[in-house]
Design a protein around this ligand. Structure first.
Ligand code: SD4
Length: 301
């Protein structure tokens, strides 16, 4: 495994998440702490309608958050459809470390968070509420490809995920994923991000993968697990992501033309690759050479 620290994150806001994570990684800190710090940055420091506390709500006007965190040694924790808790990724870590479980949902997840010292706080912003009121006029659920790149509050954004993968100075890997899910989703809908192997998977002996885009496609294909298993069989991160995209297309060729799916992966040697269904997916990388800005992912369409 690489002993060179490196962190990669999805979308433009990955730059900020990496910078936060690097404060840990760059000083010899662990990958697990680094990805949590990076995801926390996205959950609270960032304010756009695509992730965390400024996220757009579901069709009933309720903001529900999904998050997961996974260590290269196989430990994992997640929360799904949690409401009014600012840092779902940290609740996910508590589930991993302070409970015998892997996944808590909804009310129970919120109760667990409060019992572990998290503050309950109404999160829906005024601009997200206004965007929802605007959306209700038509009430059409039509995910917009690459909505993550439109960063103005109130834009009709429809994807919402930060995925972050890291390797530390000891060659240890970890990943995290945090999201407000698809805007205007049905209340109770859970995406890929908190589901182990769908939106995130890490195996320290092989590598790590995370996903963004319309989560139903990742759920259908256990997609992040698929990417890691393909790397296990010898594919490079980019080849593994490409093959997983091909699987998505093979399963649902018509739907694949209108929705976005993106994979980002890093193997244990620190090599990074990505692939998307549609043009426009970008990711950010940071390591000892500095922040590398944004890299355009290859895509099928
Ligand atoms: C979901 N995969 O809940 C998330 C949304 C997303 O970029 O990734 N947006 O389906």
């Amino acid at each position: 495994a690489a002993k060179v620290p490196r962190v990669v994150s999805t979308w433009d806001f990955g730059i900020g998440a990496n910078a936060a994570a690097w404060k840990v990684l760059g000083q010899g800190g662990g990958a697990l702490d680094a990805v949590e710090v990076g995801a926390r940055w996205a959950e609270s420091e960032l304010c756009n309608p695509t992730v965390g506390h400024c996220g757009n709500p579901d069709r009933d006007g309720v903001l529900t958050l999904d998050a997961s965190i996974m260590d290269g040694d196989g430990r994992v924790g997640a929360v799904a459809a949690i409401e009014d808790i600012l840092h779902p990724v940290s609740v996910a870590r508590k589930v991993m470390e302070d409970s015998p479980h892997v996944l808590l949902v909804g009310q129970g997840a919120q109760q667990f968070a409060i019992e572990h010292g998290f503050e309950r706080k109404a999160l829906l912003t005024d601009s997200a509420r206004k965007a929802w009121e605007e959306w209700k006029k038509t009430s059409r659920y039509e995910p917009v490809i690459n909505a993550e790149r439109r960063l103005r509050p109130g834009d009709s954004t429809n994807h919402d995920t930060l995925g972050i993968l890291a390797i530390d100075t000891r060659g240890h890997m970890a990943g995290a994923c945090t999201t407000s899910g698809m805007a205007w989703k049905v209340h109770g809908r859970v995406g890929d991000s908190p589901i182990v192997g769908a939106g995130l998977y890490v195996d320290g002996e092989v590598g790590a993968a995370t996903a963004s885009g319309v989560g139903e496609e990742m759920l259908r294909n256990a997609a992040s697990f698929l990417v890691v298993e393909l790397m296990r069989q010898g594919r490079s991160p980019a080849q593994a992501c490409r093959e997983a995209i091909a699987r998505v297309v093979h399963k649902r060729p018509a739907a694949s033309k209108t929705l976005q799916v993106c994979f980002l992966a890093m193997n244990r040697r620190g090599e990074v690759g990505a692939y998307a269904l549609h043009k426009g997916f970008v990711y950010a990388m940071q390591d000892e050479a500095g922040a590398h800005g944004l890299t355009d992912s290859a895509s099928i369409y």
